[in-house]
Design a protein around this ligand. Structure first.
Ligand code: PHE
Length: 383
């Protein structure tokens, strides 16, 4: 036999073994209920994905430990969208068409929930985003839900906090211009701050992907804002905070949004951001009973403190499983209806009720960065 021929025989053999074991697996898990999750498990926002997955896994082990749902074990199939919107759409399509999942969990970044949500909505499979806050994510999409507040609410709360609690009247805004989340949150803050009679002394958008912010930061400083609102993601904030220190803007100048939530922010620029505040869904030391229980269980399983993303992932999955338990049959349609009817679900990030627009009603937490830690400052109503 020629070498090429041998190679193709070997290839056919391997393919046959792979195919046989795939059939074996399918048989074994044929009775499981499949739920899909698409997340940024790699790429620039990777901690968003990996933290969320840790929360989902905890909720999953709890539901399966108590007998699963309607006598069946739940299985979560994870897909990595590599922090890109193109992969996000494609992964949701695969989960629905190829894997036949009954519901989808994800994403964290609003831009990717918009992309994946469009697919799920068109294919009529319910999708729950744990932490995407941009207003548009659920708008006009009957199959897309979230277990968090919106940026309308978050921006309003941040503006009121700066004006009424920190008592600052001259502020700057610095945001990622083409990003749905960042520009939407900046707008909401801007509108509310002006309404409250405050003054925006400098308002700048940077291009996503920029790494040198010194020119912008010097310009911000030259306008003497008392506070600069920077609603972006942690990876860019690390660079901004380090460079801000060099131009002489201290950490306590900055206020941000939930996109700052990452252990990487503290590792990369915890010292530079000493005294900064940001709005969030939760903090590890929130004084809520359900959160304490969650933190205890999470620490027992993973030996570290859960981030807000982990808590949100846990709640998105927990709320979905609760809806699946209430659904008369496990079809996407019946599950969608049960999710929409959710009332007073006791989550790690608060008590959740789905409103008519598929957004969760819950309170917003203000977190302060102190001694390289996220600490609970206060809690306010979202409205
Ligand atoms: N709210 C952010 C968005 O919509 C995502 C995020 C949530 C990031 C919570 C960190 C923590 O894009």
């Amino acid at each position: 036999m020629s070498r090429a021929c041998l190679r193709s025989v070997a290839f056919v053999l391997v393919a046959a073994i792979v195919a046989a074991s795939a059939v074996g697996c399918a048989k074994k898990s044929g009775n499981d209920i499949k739920v899909g999750a698409y997340l940024s498990l790699s790429g620039p926002d990777s901690t968003f994905g990996t933290d969320t997955r840790a929360g989902i896994e905890l909720a999953l082990s709890e539901v399966n430990a108590t007998g699963g749902i309607q006598g069946k074990k739940v299985r979560v199939l994870y897909e990595d969208d590599k922090s890109t919107t193109q992969e996000a759409s494609q992964k949701v399509r695969q989960l629905i068409d190829r894997d036949k999942v009954v519901a989808v969990l994800g994403e964290v970044a609003s831009s990717r929930s918009l992309a994946g949500g469009l697919v799920a909505n068109t294919k009529r499979v319910p999708l729950i985003t744990p932490s995407s806050t941009a207003v548009e994510v659920t708008q006009g999409r009957d199959w897309v839900f979230r277990v968090c507040f919106t940026d309308d609410q978050q921006g309003r709360v941040a503006a009121r906090f700066v004006k009424n609690d920190l008592k600052k009247t001259k502020v700057g805004i610095f945001f990622a211009a083409q990003d749905t989340y960042s520009s939407g949150l900046a707008k909401s803050f801007r509108d509310e701050f002006k309404k409250l009679g405050g003054e925006i002394v400098v308002d700048k958008g940077y291009q996503k992907g920029e790494t040198n912010f010194t020119t912008y930061l010097n310009e911000l400083k030259a306008n003497h804002p008392e506070i600069v609102f920077v609603p972006n993601y942690y990876n860019e904030m690390v660079q901004i905070a380090r460079q801000a220190k060099q131009v002489g803007l201290p950490g306590s100048t900055f206020v941000g949004g939930d996109g700052w939530d990452s252990a990487n922010l503290l590792e990369g620029a915890g010292a530079e951001l000493e005294g900064a505040y940001f709005t969030n869904h939760y903090a590890p030391d929130v004084p809520w009973e359900n959160s304490k229980k969650f933190v205890g269980e999470f620490r027992a399983k993973y030996k570290n403190m859960p981030s807000s993303l982990a808590a949100q992932g846990y709640d998105a999955a927990g709320l979905l499983f609760d809806a699946m338990r209430r659904a008369p049959v496990l079809t996407p349609e019946a599950i969608r209806k049960a999710i929409a009817e959710t009332k007073d679900f006791a989550g790690a990030t608060g008590t959740l009720t789905m409103d008519a627009n598929r957004n969760a009603e819950k309170s917003i937490v203000l977190v302060k960065i102190q001694n390289k830690k996220f600490t609970f400052a206060t809690q306010v109503s979202a409205n």
